[in-house]
Each structure stands twice: as C-alpha cells, then as structure tokens.
Design a protein around this ligand. Structure first.
Ligand code: FBP
Ligand code: MG
Ligand code: MG
Length: 358
C-alpha cells in the first residue's frame, strides 16, 4: 500500500528490491522523469516559447519534423546520456541507434523513445506525450542496432508522460501500472494513480475512421458493429473518441477503459501499420497488460512480435480484454474463411447459373 504523498523515488525504492541492477534501473527512471519535467516546461510555454511550428527537415520515416520533435529529442538524449546507466538509445527522431560514446560512463540499459508523441496536436494546444521503453543489455559490449531488436516481453520497464492539463508519468517495472502527477510546487512526481486496472468491458472505441476504406475486413466488421449500436448484433450503443496522440488515447483507456485501434491497412501495403513497434507499440502493450488489458496486432500478442528494424511499424489493437479478444476472433474467423457468408455451389463463380457479363 502506498501513502498519499509517495514520490516517484520513494515508490521505486519500495517497488524494486535493493540489488545493484534495481538501483540502476531506479536511477535511470529518475533521469527519464527529469527529462519529462524539462519537456513539460518547454511544452507548457506554448506560443510564448517560440517552439511551435514545423521545420524543413524530415525524420527517418519521411515525416516533416516539428521544432518540438527536435527539441524534445535533444532533451531526452542529453538528460539520459551522462548518468552512466545507458549503453545506447533509439529515438523516433534518429535514423540510427545512438551509442553512448566510449569516453563516457556506460551502463547496462538500452532506452527507446518517442520524444514527442502526437506532435500534430502541438500547434492546436492539445495533449501530447513522451513514450519510453527500457531493455537490459545482454552482453557488456558496445551496443549495435541489433541489440535493440528484441520483443516487447523482454522490456524491464516502460512508460509515458502525458502533457495535458496536468503532466503525468505512467510507468511499469513489471509490477503493475502506476500513475504519478507532477506537483509543480515541489517538482516531485507524486503517486496519484496506483495499480491502474483497465476494465474488461467497455462501450468506447478509438480509431481514425478516415482510414476506413483501407481497413481489413475484420476491423471493418468490428467498427461497423460498434456503430450499429443497440440496433445491431452488439445490442448496445458505443461511443467513439480519437485524440490523435496515442499517449492521450491510451491514457483514457487506462483511466476508464476502451479499445484503441491503429490497425494494419492497405494504404501502403508494405507497411504493417502506422505506429512504431519499439517506442510506441511495445511500451504501451506492457503498460496495458500490466493493467489487466490486452495488446495485440489482431493476429499475435504485440509483446511477442520480433522486431527486424528499429523503426519497424506494426498493427496495434489494445485495451479492454473482452473487446481485444473479440477483434482477435474476427481476425481468426476472417483468415479461416469462417466469417464469409455461405454461397450455394449452384450460384458460385463456376456455376451454370452465373449471369453473363453485361
Ligand atoms: O494522424 P493519425 O493518422 O490519426 O495518427 C495519429 C497517430 O499518430 C501518432 O501521432 C504518431 O505519433 P508521432 O506524433 O510521434 O509521429 C500517434 O500518436 C497517433 O495515434
Ligand atoms: Mg508517436
Ligand atoms: Mg513522435
């Protein structure tokens, strides 16, 4: 049981046992929390800070960078590289892995992050966030890109910050998912949401419906049924929300349940989805699973996806257990053909009764 005024550092001492690895992990999480405080201060300056707007540059994914994408990336790198806790970092905004230079103290952890999630929200003063994932390095050697290519189930910690009306840090070290609110008077993250649990059932879904024409049939089936509400097969009404920042949509699900979908679609057939596995999907999957929810690609547990590239994208379906299970079932039924309507052999493609083309 944690008392009302438990700060992040106190909480980490209570949650992690006192061996050297745990102390290092705690220290790294405290460094990340310091970076988050710095980002929160910059983001909250809004139009006063000369930080808004778009740059000429593109990141490795071909997306035009916002000024704040670059600034927040620098804050994360600089705040976390000197503590002697990390061997390397991967960021949405860096093409290659950043290896902590040999003349600096190097640690045993690997950090992947999205420094500013939902960056298109920044110019309209809507919620944005930072997402991070931590792996323990297997060998004490100089990390390479390949060192980061491990499935989400191997993460030792994951979390995000949400910069909304208040700044919150939500994280897990594999013992539940817990939320801390930044107390601007003391500069401390205070435990305000211990042991978050995603309700198993929900009446709320989140998806960008403008992509509907590109969806696969199981996703189309699911959303069509939700929209049909009380008069359809689900026999209940659903509500829809889309904040266009994964952090904010996942945060809502951790607070009150729901299901979030950014599924694979056929806009760019070679791309397995929009969201990035290492620093968006995998950490969110760990947080959701630690809160009793499920996270899937539709066909596989998200935490079991084996990455092949540090900027790999994947399909993401996560949140309330019963809805994610249903969507997975729809994928299975589709893949096995079980969801297709029965067509009499008399009227199928090769039937004698097939009408002549007009
Ligand atoms: O603009 P869309 O297609 O609705 O995409 C929104 C999604 O893209 C993201 O903003 C991607 O994150 P970045 O802003 O870090 O690129 C997600 O957070 C969000 O869910
Ligand atoms: Mg993002
Ligand atoms: Mg981003």
């Amino acid at each position: 049981m944690f008392k009302a005024k438990t700060t992040l550092s106190k909480f980490l001492i209570e949650q992690l046992d006192g061996n050297a690895d745990s102390k290092n992990l705690s220290a790294l999480l405290v460094d990340i929390a310091a970076a988050i405080k710095a980002i929160s201060a910059v983001v909250s300056r809004g139009a006063l800070g000369d930080h808004l707007g778009t740059l000429e540059t593109e990141n490795v994914q071909g997306e035009q960078q916002k000024k704040l994408d670059v600034i927040t990336n620098e804050i994360m790198l600089r705040q976390c590289e000197w503590g002697g806790l990390l061997a390397g970092m991967v960021s949405e905004e860096l093409e290659d892995a950043f290896v902590v230079p040999g003349d600096r103290p190097r640690g045993a952890y690997l950090l992947s992050f999205d420094p500013l999630d939902g960056s298109s929200n920044i110019d309209v003063n809507a919620a944005v966030g930072t997402i991070f994932s931590i792996l323990h390095q297997r060998e004490a050697t100089t990390p390479t890109t390949a060192s980061f290519l491990r499935p989400g189930r191997e993460q030792v910690a994951a979390g995000y910050a949400i910069y909304g009306p208040s700044t919150m840090l939500v994280m897990t070290v594999g013992r539940g998912t817990h939320g801390f609110t930044l107390d601007r008077e003391t500069g401390n993250f205070v435990l305000t949401h211990p042991d978050l649990m995603v309700p198993a059932d929900t009446g709320e879904f989140a998806i960008n419906v403008s992509n509907e024409r590109f969806w696969e049939p199981p996703v189309m089936r699911y959303v069509t049924e939700c929209k049909a509400g009380r008069s359809g097969v689900r026999e209940r009404d659903f509500n829809m929300r889309w904040i266009a920042a994964m952090v904010a949509d996942v945060h809502r699900i951790l607070m009150r349940g729901g299901v979030y979908l950014y599924p694979r679609d056929n806009r760019q057939p070679l791309r397995a989805g929009r969201l990035r596995l290492l620093y968006e999907a995998a950490p969110m999957a760990m947080l959701i699973e630690q809160a009793g929810g499920l996270a899937s690609t539709g066909r596989q547990r998200l935490s079991d996806v084996e990455p092949e590239d540090i900027h790999q994208r994947c399909s993401v379906i996560l949140g309330s257990r019963s809805e994610v299970e249903r969507i997975e079932r729809y994928h299975r039924e589709h893949d096995s053909g079980a969801d297709r309507p029965y067509i009499s052999p008399l009227f199928n493609e090769r039937s004698l009764y097939r009408p002549e083309p007009a």
